[in-house]
Design a protein around this ligand. Structure first.
Ligand code: CP
Length: 307
């Protein structure tokens, strides 16, 4: 089986079969990652550049590790310290790198649509590692794999995405993926951080009480407040945010049911998520990170197989 797309620009462009194929391939790579030799020769002749124009810990390391586990040749580019500071354009930078016989591009950029722009101008396959407030498709996929492993399915599962929905590419990729795969989706948080059109445009429920959202859901995907993308105050203080919209120990302890907690990281402990909830038996946060390597191996492997 093959993916229906040449690039992974967003979950929006994938169909159910693509998502199923990536998740089932990721499960096979999870097995590889349990072996003493955690490496396969699948991408031995492939060279991949990781272009990071925006900060990252998990995604950058995860892609690099996935590439090494697939035996690809890997080069890493970060905008800071590069000729971007001398005025070089995105397209010039990428064309110069591609002229050194690079086959695939993994890119994170603060501008929404940057990988879509690149896809129109270069021949190489592109994987979006997060573009502005648009999408973070491999995060959506690794979240889906983590939910499936915990609950056995995505079909009919109730997922509440809680926090800064307005500025979150993780929220967008999760919404596209979960709706395509038959999950029920709610977004919850302060009205100032939830786009007013979201219910009608994306068919999700909207809830302004985090307590109600937690009571409704099977899975809570808690998001960081993206202060770096906010150019005006949208809530009074981080302390007030934690009191009113934080996923606290008290709220989780008072639930009369079990719940799964996800967070894409980085966590602002004590703001959107209490530390002892992040580290509790409910939390799949480190499993998400572990699953990220297998998911990214699957994406790179499947895209390399497309001509
Ligand atoms: N989840 C995520 O994208 O984390 P990084 O910003 O550290 O890559």
């Amino acid at each position: 089986m093959q993916l229906s797309t040449k690039h992974l620009l967003g979950i929006r462009d994938l169909n159910r079969e693509d998502i199923g194929l990536i998740l089932s391939t990721a499960l096979q790579f999870k097995d590889v990652l349990q072996r003493p030799v955690k490496k396969v020769p699948s991408l031995r002749d492939v060279t991949i550049v990781n272009l990071f124009y925006e900060n990252s810990t998990r995604t950058r390391i995860s892609f690099e590790l996935a590439e090494k586990r697939l035996s690809a040749d890997t080069i890493n580019f970060t905008a800071s310290g590069s000729s971007v500071s001398k005025g070089e354009t995105l397209l010039d930078t990428v064309n110069n790198i591609l002229s050194m016989k690079v086959d695939m591009v993994v890119m994170r950029h603060s501008a929404s649509g940057a990988p879509h722009f690149l896809a129109k101008h270069i021949p190489a396959a592109i994987v979006n590692a997060g573009d502005g407030i648009n999408e973070h498709p491999t995060q959506g996929l690794l979240d889906a794999l983590s939910i499936t492993q915990a609950l056995g399915t995505l079909e009919g599962v109730r997922v509440a995405i809680i926090g800064d929905i307005m500025h979150s590419r993780v929220a967008m990729s999760n919404i596209y993926l979960l709706k395509k795969m038959g999950a029920e989706v709610m977004v919850a948080g302060p009205p100032t951080l939830i786009p007013p059109y979201i219910q009608e445009a994306f068919g999700v429920k909207v809830e302004y009480s985090v307590k109600e959202a937690l009571q409704w859901c099977d899975v809570a995907n808690v998001l960081r407040i993206q202060l770096e993308r906010q150019n005006q105050p949208l809530f009074s203080s981080l302390r007030e945010y934690n009191l009113v919209y934080g996923v606290t120990r008290k709220l989780v302890d008072n639930l009369k049911k079990d719940i799964v907690i996800l967070h894409p990281g980085p966590i602002n402990r004590g703001v959107e998520l209490d530390s002892d909830v992040a580290d509790s038996r409910h939390s799949l946060i480190l499993q998400q990170v572990e699953n990220g390597v297998a998911v990214r191996m699957a994406v790179l492997y499947l895209l390399a197989g497309k001509d």
